[in-house]
Design a protein. Structure first.
Length: 486
């Protein structure tokens, strides 16, 4: 047999036929027994595997998160873009106020950058992104003063894209900074500077931080299922409706609405609008948290909506006043950017021009409404940011597409999401109105809100800061009442 032959060898069989034959028979029996025993063990193995085999490793093995360098780079750039919106807003607002208030108005934006950055460092970040308490506020002592935020600590920015928490913290700080800076447009040319500083601190702590926690920090709006990609509630509705409250507290500017309050430089305002558009790419596309396809969709949606809104605003004023204006173009750009903010990462590309068209027309009508009613929302944060942000949330609930970012809206049959988005918009407006009314009341009763008639006539640049934005060859003479009115 060939197998026995291979096992014993032909030479050995020839030398000792009988012995070889006996050994081969024995070896054959041994081999057969071994094979049989192996078969029996294999058949019995499933029954005794639990007792005989050590426990297997878990199905999923936890591995340390890996830094996504591409997403980290994108978030660093996005943070810088949002920060650049502060000087853009300063130019935008500065160009729209009278010449004597140019520096004072720019100071509002830069002061917000400084004050809110410090507040965010000390406890703002903790109040927004600390451990959730009752869906209302965050609280986590190891995040106070950023003690528990280490350079190598990574956070999941979405979809397993890990970035340093330091970068995430800094990105969110810029949102906290720009929001109260927008409110300054409602109080332009008539608010005390010291009151404004206190307002920044109190409003950021009592209004912005809780509202941001509601939506982005795991609070009750987030738990309800509301979505807001880049700040329709937290930034736009909050700043617009808060601005309306402060405008009513302060009253009208001298000469409004009977006198023409000539802007200092529409060229500056238009330049500022361009910078805001540029920075808004970090604001919206950066809110994806990583360099993803959703970031690309938000980037493109932002462009389309802003462009269409600018044209729609110009068309509306062309029909109304028979002429398109540069200020109208700039305002339309901002209105489109505001309205697409909550929707940019949730709607398909075909929806963004519709958002832009509605934003341009409706925000234009909202700005015209203040003239008929008579309140002095100086640079239109309510008409553009408040109304535009509210509109954007409604349109997010209408046009959201599951194919873009796993959230469907009314147009795809999800009426519940449409209702939730509307509820979130109403809740944000109500909270901003209530919280800002409380802050305004406290300041009004303690340090006062409005500058004196003397300083308002002279202008904030000289009356408060003792400086002049425009070199006319004369040495500025500060008002004697400046210290008391600052």
């Amino acid at each position: 047999m060939p197998t026995i032959r291979r096992a014993c060898g032909e030479a050995e069989i020839r030398r000792a036929p009988m012995a070889a034959a006996g050994r081969c028979r024995w070896n054959g029996i041994t081999l057969g027994a071994t094979v049989g025993a192996a078969i029996i063990l294999l058949l019995a193995a499933p029954c005794s595997a639990a007792a005989a085999v050590p426990p297997a490793l878990p199905a999923t093995v936890t591995t340390p998160p890996i830094l996504d360098t591409g997403s980290t780079a994108w978030m660093l750039v996005s943070t810088a873009l949002v920060m650049f919106m502060a000087p853009g807003l300063a130019l935008f607002y500065g160009g729209m106020v009278r010449k004597k208030n140019f520096l004072g108005t720019m100071m509002h934006s830069y002061t917000a950058l400084a004050v809110v950055s410090v507040q965010w460092f000390v406890f703002g970040y903790m109040l927004v992104f600390g451990k959730d308490h009752w869906g209302i506020i965050g609280w986590q002592p190891d995040k106070m003063m950023l003690w528990g935020v280490w350079p190598h600590h990574l956070v999941d920015a979405g979809g397993g894209h890990y970035i340093p928490e330091t970068v995430f913290c800094m990105f969110q700080a810029m949102f906290a900074m720009i929001t109260p800076a927008v409110i300054a447009g409602s109080v332009a040319e008539r608010m005390k500077f010291r009151s404004y500083i206190l307002f920044l601190l109190l409003w950021s702590t009592l209004v912005y931080d809780p509202l941001a926690h509601f939506m982005w920090g795991g609070g009750w709006l987030h738990q309800l299922g509301a979505v807001d990609f880049a700040g329709g509630t937290v930034v736009e509705i909050a700043s617009g409706f808060s601005g309306l409250v402060m405008a009513l507290y302060l009253g009208r500017r001298q000469g409004y609405p009977n006198q023409v309050l000539q802007p200092s430089s529409l060229a500056m305002a238009l330049t500022g609008a361009g910078i805001l558009w540029f920075g808004w790419y970090g604001f919206n596309a950066g809110s994806a948290g990583a360099a993803t396809a959703v970031a690309g969709a938000a980037f493109l949606n932002t462009t389309i909506a802003a462009a269409v809104a600018a044209l729609a605003w110009n068309l509306a004023e062309w029909v109304h006043h028979r002429r398109p204006t540069t200020l109208g173009l700039a305002s339309g750009i901002v209105a489109g950017l505001v309205a697409i903010t909550p929707a940019c990462g949730y709607v398909a590309l075909w929806a963004s021009p519709i958002v832009g068209m509605f934003a341009g027309v409706i925000c234009y009508l909202a700005v015209q409404m203040k003239i008929k009613i008579g309140y002095d929302d100086s640079l239109d944060p309510f008409g553009v940011h408040g109304v535009g942000g509210f509109l954007g949330m409604i349109l997010t609930g209408l046009f959201a597409s599951a194919a873009v970012n796993s959230v469907s809206g009314l147009i795809e049959g999800n009426g519940r999401q449409f209702f939730i988005e509307g509820l979130a918009a109403v809740a944000a407006a109500a909270y901003a109105l209530t919280g800002t009314a409380a802050v305004g009341f406290i300041l009004h009763r303690t340090v006062g809100l409005r500058i004196s008639d003397v300083v308002e006539t002279e202008g904030m640049d000289l009356g408060i800061h003792g400086e002049n934005a425009w070199d006319t060859g004369a040495v500025p003479q500060p008002s004697e009442m400046a210290p008391a009115e600052a």
